[in-house]
Structures are given as structure tokens and as C-alpha cells.
Write a protein that binds this ligand. Structure first.
Ligand SMILES: Nc1ncnc2c1ncn2[C@@H]1O[C@H](COP(=O)(O)OP(=O)(O)OP(=O)(O)O)[C@@H](O)[C@H]1O
Ligand SMILES: [Mg+2]
Length: 366
């Protein structure tokens, strides 16, 4: 099969426009701003929001499209990466060909369009993972994934962080149109989110997956004040806790599979501080060797033997992509938090998920 050239199928003018918009300055928004602005979704505010997105989204998308074309080690030419690049260029073209938004009708058409753009990009993460996997196969097996491919890791960090921002902005705008919003919800933001409740749901989802894969699942015990709430995006927290609990379940399960003793439970502790809400997830799954620690946040490192295939439908397994940790850390950082992993080899692992309570931090804009 002939390798498709970097911008085949897209006109020169479009590529010039991409260059121009990719050089423009991005504008960030904070959680607090989104919450305050979204609490009054009047037609006028929705119009302002659409006008902002009409200008901001092409800037952010163009930046990513440009970067996707100049990745090292030939990653840009891998079929999966080309597919992703095409999604970005298609979305850029649609946004740029949409006329100025002056009336409610324009606003509603625009909202429909960006909703579809979000759907188009649903599978970006597994598709990029596939591209990276394709690259990994070609490279010398002696390559040090952590050191030599640092440029790729840094690119993926920027790329996925930007994707989180784009999806948050689109999702928030679309959700503000909901005629019957849930109580205490402003778009994607829950102004009284209970971290315990979200952690419980995410743990149950991870346990169901574990049941499916191993036939049993260790318990997950959650400690903290059940009545405590703070403003955050439940979907983001769900994703992070789901990934962390999945890792813990897998570690505990693998370690205790052949033993007739009951597997030790995973413990989740939720602490509410003034600056941060911290969620600690502790397991007795044997830990991670110190030499492996620098690699766990890279996108190429997984100890799962699972080979990825092109069929993205089967993508929900306990482990395999090696993106769970780095992506969870990006979600935490997006609103000013962080994720740390501390391990005791031979015993277990503690993951500290810090979520910023203040919501004032500006969006990081790679
Ligand atoms: N709680 C844990 N106990 C032991 N090892 C862990 C734990 N969490 C992560 N690891 C190690 O770090 C690696 C990377 O984790 P990560 O979640 O990023 O990817 P993965 O679980 O392999 O794949 P996936 O993308 O499906 O999550 C794992 O393969 C595993 O070796
Ligand atoms: Mg994982």
C-alpha cells in the first residue's frame, strides 16, 4: 500500500490557512469562569460562547494538525496517525467554512456542527496508541523508550492535554443547551460533586471489568466524609479513578490469583484540604520496581502482554495501551491538580490524585 503523503487530499489554501491559524494565540479559560459564565445560559450568552469557540477552536485544532505532520521517527506517516491528522484537518475546514455567527439560528447550527466534531474525534486516543504501537514494532528493540523517545512523549502530552481542553469547551457549550439540566449542574461541571460517590461508581465499573476478565474482583473500600462536595467535572474524576482502580485491581489480582487467601482490598481515602482534594488509592498488588517507575508515565510502557489490534471495539480491557496513567495525570493537571505514584516493591502501590479545589488556575495551553 502506498504511503499517503502528509497533506494529500487537502488543498494548498487549506494548508496555508492551517499554518496561519496555528500561529495565533490560544485563549484559556478556568473552571471557575466556565461555571460562572455557564450559570446563565441565556441566548445572548450562548451566542457569545459560540462566537468565542468559532475563533478559538480552529486555532487549537490547527496547532495540533501542524504538529501531527512533523513527528520524529516517521510517526507522522503511520496509517493510524494519518487518520487522526485527517480528522483534525476535516474539523478545521468545517470550522473555517462556517460563516460568522450573528443570530440564534446560526448559533444552533454551529452547536450541531461542533457536536459532530467531538464525535469525529472520539477515538483519537486508541488510534494514536495504535500508531505509536506501529512505530514501536519498526524500531530497534534495544531502544530506550523512556530516554530516546522523549520527544514523542512530550508531543503526546501536549496533544492529549490540548484534546482534553477542546473537548471540555465543546462539551460545555453543547451541554448548556440542555433544557432540563440536572440539579447543581452547569454543563459538564457539577457544583456539588461528591468525590466519594464518583469514586464508588468508577470503582464498580472497574470491578465489573475485572470480573469479566478474571472471574473475580478484590473489594474496594472507600473512606471519607460522604456529605463532602466541591465543584468539579464528574466525568473527569470518574475517568481518573477508573484508570487507577483498574491498575490496582489488575496488580492485586495477578499477585493473588494462585493463592487461596482472600485478596486484600483496595483502599480509597478522600481528604478535603483547603487547597486540594486528595484521593489516595492504595493496593497490595506487589508494587512497581524502582527502575520501572520513570517509565510508567510514558505512553509506550505497559507490562500487559495484550497486543492491540485495529478493532477498537475490543479496546476496553484491564490493561494494554500503557496510556492509563499519563492520561489520568493530564486530566488532573488540566484543572490545576496532579497525580503521583509511590510504590513499595514487594508490597503495593499508592496513587495520590490531587484535585485543585479553587478552580482558578488557567487552562494549560500547549
Ligand atoms: N497499582 C499498580 N501496581 C503495579 N503496577 C502498576 C500499578 N499501576 C501501574 N502499574 C504499572 O504501570 C504500567 C503502566 O500503567 P498504565 O495504566 O499507564 O498502562 P496499562 O495499565 O499497562 O494500560 P492501560 O492503558 O490499559 O491502562 C502498567 O502496565 C503496570 O506495569
Ligand atoms: Mg492502566
Amino acid at each position: 500500500m502506498a504511503v499517503k503523503k502528509a497533506s494529500e487530499g487537502f488543498s494548498k489554501e487549506l494548508m496555508k490557512d492551517v499554518q496561519k491559524w496555528g500561529g495565533m494565540k490560544q485563549t484559556g479559560v478556568s473552571l471557575r469562569y466556565m461555571m460562572e459564565f455557564g450559570s446563565q445560559p441565556t441566548p445572548r450568552n450562548l451566542l457569545i460562547s459560540a462566537q468565542f469557540l468559532h475563533k478559538e477552536l480552529p486555532i487549537r485544532i490547527a496547532r495540533r494538525a501542524i504538529e501531527l505532520q512533523s513527528l520524529p521517527y516517521g510517526l507522522s506517516h503511520k496509517p493510524a496517525v494519518l487518520k487522526v491528522r485527517d480528522w483534525y484537518l476535516d474539523s478545521f475546514r468545517e470550522l473555517r467554512s462556517f460563516p460568522d455567527i450573528n443570530h440564534e439560528n446560526d448559533e444552533s447550527d454551529f452547536t450541531q456542527m461542533i457536536k459532530m466534531i467531538k464525535v469525529r474525534h472520539n477515538n483519537v486516543v486508541p488510534t494514536m496508541a495504535l500508531g505509536v504501537q506501529q512505530l514501536k514494532k519498526d524500531l530497534n528493540p534495544k531502544i530506550n523508550y523512556y530516554k530516546d523517545l522523549d520527544e514523542i512523549h512530550q508531543f503526546l502530552d501536549r496533544f492529549y492535554l490540548s484534546r482534553i481542553g477542546i473537548r471540555m469547551l465543546i462539551g460545555q457549550h453543547v451541554a448548556l443547551h440542555d433544557p432540563n439540566p440536572l440539579p447543581d449542574c452547569v454543563g459538564y461541571i457539577h457544583t456539588k460533586m461528591s468525590p466519594i460517590e464518583v469514586s464508588r461508581n468508577a470503582s464498580e465499573d472497574a470491578r465489573s471489568l475485572c470480573f469479566r476478565e478474571y472471574g473475580s474482583a478484590p473489594d474496594v473500600n472507600i473512606y471519607g466524609d460522604p456529605s463532602f462536595t466541591f465543584p468539579y467535572v464528574p466525568d473527569h474524576l470518574h475517568l481518573m479513578v477508573f484508570e487507577l482502580v483498574k491498575n490496582s485491581l489488575r496488580a492485586v489480582q495477578e499477585r493473588h490469583m494462585d493463592s487461596d487467601k482472600v485478596a486484600p482490598p483496595i483502599r480509597i481515602i478522600v481528604a478535603d484540604g483547603v487547597e486540594d482534594v486528595t484521593i489516595k488509592i492504595s493496593d497490595e498488588g506487589g508494587g512497581i520496581p524502582r527502575s520501572g517507575l520513570p517509565r510508567i508515565f510514558t505512553y509506550l510502557y505497559s507490562t500487559a502482554s495484550e497486543q492491540l489490534n485495529d478493532d477498537l471495539e475490543t479496546a476496553t480491557t484491564m490493561a494494554g495501551y500503557g496510556c492509563g496513567l499519563p492520561i489520568s495525570r493530564l486530566y488532573a493537571r488540566y484543572f490545576g491538580g496532579d497525580l503521583q505514584i509511590i510504590s513499595m516493591e514487594g508490597y503495593g502501590t499508592d496513587a495520590y490524585l490531587h484535585l485543585s479545589r479553587l478552580g482558578d488556575s488557567q487552562e494549560p495551553l500547549p
